[in-house]
Design a protein around this ligand. Structure first.
Ligand SMILES: NC(=O)c1ccc[n+]([C@@H]2O[C@H](COP(=O)([O-])OP(=O)(O)OC[C@H]3O[C@@H](n4cnc5c(N)ncnc54)[C@H](OP(=O)(O)O)[C@@H]3O)[C@@H](O)[C@H]2O)c1
Length: 311
């Protein structure tokens, strides 16, 4: 008996292989990888440094790293919140902390201050988390106090990542080990009208991490760019914990488990599903995708404007 394979059979086989590969990739990233690639953060160096660490995602990274036995360098803006976070972490996890108060919207002297404060510390893990976004989605030319916000945003989202990395990474290269986690945003991968400059600044973070990974992973450093969707924090203004907008605690527990498995990730399975759906819509009809996103952003803008008018 002879079996003949026609063109349509080949298409079905290729499609089947493609779907199977995608399912395997997702399974590997979120289930198999985290089970077999567990990273011992403490063995990378006694200290972990987290920027923007007194709230939201950064605070949860500091807590998760302390729970894994790392001493924590807390780098953030408000001294009162830094003291409270340090006390909370020391009490709960019995580790040491060190506070460095800086405002990343400035440039003058702050990197010298960080370099001095951390000199001599064996920093094995760096989390470049600090980030600034628009107060609400807005057309670029209509952003209130636009030029000031742009300077702050570029300094906090881009300059901080490049400069703090340059301070911490030489020690990692010398010791031949380390972990660098940079927090991006899914907005840099999906169409992001009305958040244009924010999304563009996060695209820098993706590319920067990708390039450093190619240059320095051979020196024993693990890189990861985490690009979340919505997380319940002050920045997003979302208060209600849902499947698609988790608490920072739930989000970071997921993201940190993926270190060592994947170097570019949303960090959280439902966010990857959202990204996949957006990608699929965009590849079928970019015009429809752009219209859909712009419409949703305009709804958020109008809601924010109404709220501001009421205040
Ligand atoms: N939340 C989301 O939905 C979401 C989605 C995608 C990506 N992200 C990214 O995740 C990262 C963390 O965001 P988040 O939502 O956790 O923010 P958040 O809750 O607003 O916390 C921001 C942290 O950064 C500190 N900070 C802000 N501006 C600073 C400055 N100029 N200098 C020093 N420290 C500063 C804050 O300190 P103070 O308390 O003193 O202000 C706070 O500790 C950001 O890079 C953000 O772009 C967030």
């Amino acid at each position: 008996m002879t079996i003949s394979i026609g063109n349509s059979d080949i298409i079905v086989i290729v499609l089947g292989l493609y779907v199977a590969k995608r399912i395997y990739d997702v399974l590997y990233t979120f289930v198999i990888g985290p089970a077999i690639n567990k990273v011992d953060f403490k063995s990378k160096g006694k200290w972990a440094l987290v920027t923007g660490c007194t709230d939201g995602i950064g605070k949860q990274y500091a807590r998760e790293l302390a729970a894994r036995g790392c001493d924590i360098v807390l780098v953030s803006r408000s001294l009162e919140k830094l003291n409270a976070t340090a006390a909370e972490i020391e009490k709960e996890y019995r580790v040491n902390t060190k506070i460095v108060q800086v405002d990343f919207s400035e440039e003058e002297g702050i990197y010298e201050k960080i370099a001095n404060e951390v000199s001599g510390l064996e920093i094995g893990t760096l989390v470049n988390n600090v980030g600034v976004s628009y107060p609400f989605p807005q057309y670029y030319l209509d952003i209130p106090d636009r030029d000031k916000l742009m300077t702050t945003m570029l300094r906090a989202n881009i300059v901080s990542v490049t400069r703090v990395t340059a301070i911490v990474m030489p020690g990692m290269v010398e010791r031949g080990k380390g972990v660098v986690i940079n927090i991006g945003s899914v907005s840099s991968y999906t169409p992001s009208p009305l958040l244009t400059a924010y999304a563009a600044s996060k695209a820098f973070v993706n590319k920067f991490t990708e390039g450093l990974d190619m240059e320095y992973s051979k020196k024993g450093i693990i890189f990861q760019c985490v690009s979340p969707g919505f997380v319940c924090t002050n920045m997003s203004g979302i208060r209600r914990d849902t499947l698609t907008a988790p608490t920072a605690e739930r989000f970071v527990k997921s993201a940190i488990s993926l270190v060592g498995t994947t170097s570019q990730t949303t960090g959280y399975f439902p966010h990857s599903v959202f990204f996949g759906i957006m990608n699929a819509i965009n590849s079928i009809s970019p015009r429809f995708c752009n219209w859909l996103v712009t419409r949703n952003m305009e709804i958020s803008l109008n809601r924010a404007l109404k709220k501001y008018k009421k205040q």
